[in-house]
Design a protein around this ligand. Structure first.
Ligand code: GDP
Length: 467
């Protein structure tokens, strides 16, 4: 069963193969060092020594430039004045510290987590530190990931009242500035810029992924980003990032797996939910099948089609084999009907014990309701502990679960209005999330066609994923 850390556990496993730094206070964030002590097998994917040393360097940089430091004070001075006499002096202090701020949006938890991982990868590649807009419930969900400092953007940050209203039409938006010819390669870089990396972004916003635009953006000390996308795959297609990426991740499809396990440590409240559900329902069985059922609309008859589809996927792919003997099916869905019905279907199987368990059935998405979001995170974690996982297509909730778990899921195809699809599901090529709105035209068009780094997603053809 799950309990606190155990001294007998090899330190290396406790630190996820060197991903984590020892020395944090354990009690304030129990999940940090006990995640690997769950009954899950240790991850077969080891972080590269280069990734580990980069994380340690990142932590030093964050500690030096983070909130409360001299460098931070200097960097925030006069940031709210556009044209200041001091600008050069302020700019010189940026030489050492540059920042990228994750600005909170209204999108769901999965959307938030995939964009955080992408942005952190960008921060590692560009030697910026990443700060988080804390005005949503992020600190009710996650512990501080970086030692002796904070990833939370202080509430008295000079531009705090502005960053929430940044959008693609804003005068500070990079794509908009390109559109208005307000910047070109000879312009003196501004002190701050807003990057719009949300699914509705325009071709000019997508110029972010071009080499020469990165050369310009590099010299902007403060970047503010709103995103709900897993844009890591397109960072691999920027030539100047490639060499470092290949060294960081010799196994390309482990980017999300390693970085999510490095960044996300559920708070004690969330971890309490995970461990109590795990101990009560999953710890004693031989095998757990996770089922994530996300339906984006519910025309009549749909429930039954999805149900039939799930059953046919588990049968066809032999996901509930005769051995091992005792199995549990963990269902995550907003709709409690699924586990009720699946309990009936699965219990009809001969001589087998299959427990069907659904931790919650919230019915509707209630993002930013603290308890709702905590339950969602707990379920993402529980799914990630499964031995095998079936997920719904195009769901970032499912992407996070399989990425964290290091699992290649079986993805349920989109059900037809009138019948379950045939085949019902497909095995994923890799455990990476899909970048569902990757820029396919523009500067990366040629590379996408020829590269071996990415493939079209199984669940969404215009999307790309690392393989
Ligand atoms: P996506 O919309 O499937 O890409 O995933 P998101 O996580 O971004 O947004 C969906 C939100 O709806 C989640 O964050 C939860 O708040 C809620 N939700 C969706 N499915 C589930 C589920 O299976 N369990 C729980 N507890 N919440 C869910």
């Amino acid at each position: 069963t799950l309990n606190g850390s155990s001294e007998s556990e090899p330190l290396h496993d406790k630190l996820l193969g060197g991903l984590l730094k020892p020395g944090f206070d354990e009690g304030s964030c129990v999940s940090r060092y006990t995640q690997s002590l769950l009954c899950r097998k240790p991850s077969p994917y080891k972080p590269s020594p280069y990734l580990v040393s980069n994380l340690r360097s990142y932590e030093k940089l964050h500690k030096r430039c983070g909130p409360g430091t001299k460098a931070y004070k200097k960097a925030t001075k006069n940031l709210d004045h556009d044209h200041d006499d001091d600008e050069n002096q302020v700019r010189s202090s940026y030489k050492a510290c540059r920042y990228v701020v994750w600005v909170a949006t209204d999108y769901g938890l999965g959307n938030r987590m995939i964009s955080l991982v992408s942005l952190f990868l960008y921060a590692l590649l560009t030697e910026r530190i990443m700060l988080i807009d804390q005005r949503k419930d992020i600190s009710d969900l996650f512990c501080e990931p970086f030692p002796d400092t904070s990833w939370l953007l202080p509430l008295d940050f000079p531009l705090m009242d502005h960053i929430g209203s940044y959008y693609k039409e804003h005068s500070r938006c990079y794509g908009n500035m390109l559109k208005n010819h307000a910047i070109n390669s000879t312009t003196v870089p501004p002190l701050h810029l807003y990057l719009h990396l949300i699914h509705d972004y325009r071709n000019l916003d997508k110029m972010f992924f071009c080499e020469e635009n990165q050369a310009f953006i590099k010299n902007v000390p403060w970047l503010f980003v709103k995103s709900n996308l897993y844009f890591a795959p397109s960072l691999w297609l920027i030539p100047s990032f490639q060499t470092k990426l290949i060294k960081l991740f010799p196994q390309r499809d482990t980017v999300f797996h390693h970085l999510s396990r490095y960044l996300f440590h559920p708070t004690n409240q969330v971890w309490g939910m995970v461990t109590s559900i795990y101990n009560a329902n999953l710890s004693k069985v031989d095998e757990v099948l996770g089922l994530q059922i996300r339906v984006f609309s519910t025309p009549s008859g749909y429930l039954q089609h999805v149900m039939d589809q799930v059953v046919s996927c588990t049968q066809r792919e032999n996901l509930l084999p005769k051995t091992p003997r005792v199995k549990a099916v963990l269902v995550a869905s907003l709709h409690p009907e699924y586990s009720d019905e699946l309990r009936n279907v699965f219990s009809e199987r001969r001589g087998e014990i299959i427990e069907v368990y659904q931790p919650s059935g919230e019915r509707v998405q209630q993002t930013d309701e603290k308890l709702h979001d905590q339950k969602a995170l707990a379920e993402i974690y529980l799914l990630s502990l499964a031995d095998k996982l079936v997920t719904s297509r195009r769901s970032t909730f499912g992407y996070v679960a399989h990425g964290l778990g290091g699992l290649k899921p079986w993805i349920l195809y989109k059900p037809d209005k009138s019948a379950p699809p045939d085949p019902p599901c497909v095995r994923a090529l890799s455990m990476e999330p899909c970048f569902i709105r990757a820029p396919l035209r523009g500067c990366q068009a040629k590379t996408i066609k020829t590269t071996r780094f990415v493939r079209r997603c199984e669940d969404w053809n215009p999307g790309i994923k690392l393989v």
